[in-house]
Design a protein around this ligand. Structure first.
Ligand SMILES: O=C(O)CNC(=O)[C@H](CS)NC(=O)CCC(=O)C(=O)O
Length: 295
């Protein structure tokens, strides 16, 4: 694994916490206001949450609004925003039409020129039944991506992911092994699961990979009936929380020193100590013995 020692020392990260709803125009207005606020605070890189432009639970209404990437007006607007402010704008995700009956949940890393530096389609879709009848079938409207993606920022390499992906550590290990210093987890976590798992999962991904984790979140009660957990989080490679949001829209900021990736991995080189086992399948003649088990 190589770390680019020629990278500039530090950069300022801002996460925009949002409460996106069913109006694309209103969501874009909120995004513009938050990204401008981040720029005024000196941000070099700004991330927005999953479903920045539209948080629509009704499949029919979603498909009335969806457009292919080349015709998506929200994307064009955000590219112009990145260009006019001259910063890196990581759009957590937008729903993009992929076929007559499926969308992709797609992240965009926009360069300060406004150009698309990287795009990533959410791989793991949230098809989950929670307690109390709370049920999600993301795959009814979305098709999964099949490719892990990284982007080169001026300060190092960032690995892309979205929300439910955070529960699949092998993805992040692959991104770290491909040179990521930063891991992006824009999200719209449910309140119920966020309360139980959000901080632990994000800190674990940071610690086990020696990476910074940037996780911009949706938070609060949305006009589509959903309640999301909020608590946008910036975590350093040692697992310390550098910035945290509440549930209200706003920005959080932290200054990031990429050299901390090197120092954390130097203290605990677990990335280099991985994959040192093979798995023994159960067989008629067991080769794994349980001490003290009844004969
Ligand atoms: O449906 C949309 O419009 C936008 N997509 C989402 O909100 C997605 C799929 S329902 N949410 C998650 O992945 C939450 C994961 C989560 O909460 C967990 O892993 O616990």
């Amino acid at each position: 694994m190589t770390i680019n020692s020629g990278s500039p020392a530090t950069f300022r990260v801002a996460l925009a916490q949002m409460r996106s709803g069913r109006s694309v125009a209103a969501n874009i207005d909120s995004t513009v206001a938050l990204v401008r606020e981040a720029k005024a605070a000196g941000a070099d890189y700004v991330m927005t949450p999953e479903m920045t432009s539209l948080f629509e639970a009704d499949r029919e209404k979603l498909f009335e609004v969806l457009a292919p990437e080349a015709e998506d007006t929200a994307l064009a607007h955000l590219q112009e925003l990145a260009r006019s402010l001259g910063l890196w704008l990581h759009v957590g995700s937008l729903p993009i039409k992929a076929s007559p009956d499926r969308a992709v949940n797609r992240s965009f890393v926009l360069a300060p020129s406004g150009a698309i530096a990287a795009r990533y389609d959410k791989i793991h879709l949230f098809d989950v039944d929670l307690a109390g009848g709370e049920s999600y079938r993301e795959s009814e409207s979305f098709q999964p991506g099949e490719t892990a993606v990284l982007a080169d920022l001026p300060w190092g390499r960032i690995g892309l992911s979205i929300c439910y992906d955070v529960r699949f550590p092998a993805l992040y290990r692959a991104l770290a092994e491909a040179g990521a210093s930063f891991l992006a987890v824009p999200a719209a976590f449910t309140h119920r699961t966020g309360e139980a798992h959000w901080h632990v999962l994000l800190r674990a991904r940071a610690i086990e990979n020696g990476c910074f984790v940037f996780a911009a979140a949706q938070g609060g009660r949305h006009d589509n009936g959903r309640e999301t957990f909020g608590h946008s989080l910036i975590v350093d490679p040692w697992g310390r929380i550098l910035g945290e949001g509440g549930t209200a829209p706003g920005i959080i900021i932290a200054d990031i020193d990429p050299a901390e990736v090197v120092s954390a991995r130097g203290r605990v080189p677990s990335l280099q100590h991985g994959r040192r086992f093979s798995v023994v399948e159960p067989s008629a003649e067991p080769r794994l013995h349980v001490i003290g088990a009844a004969p």
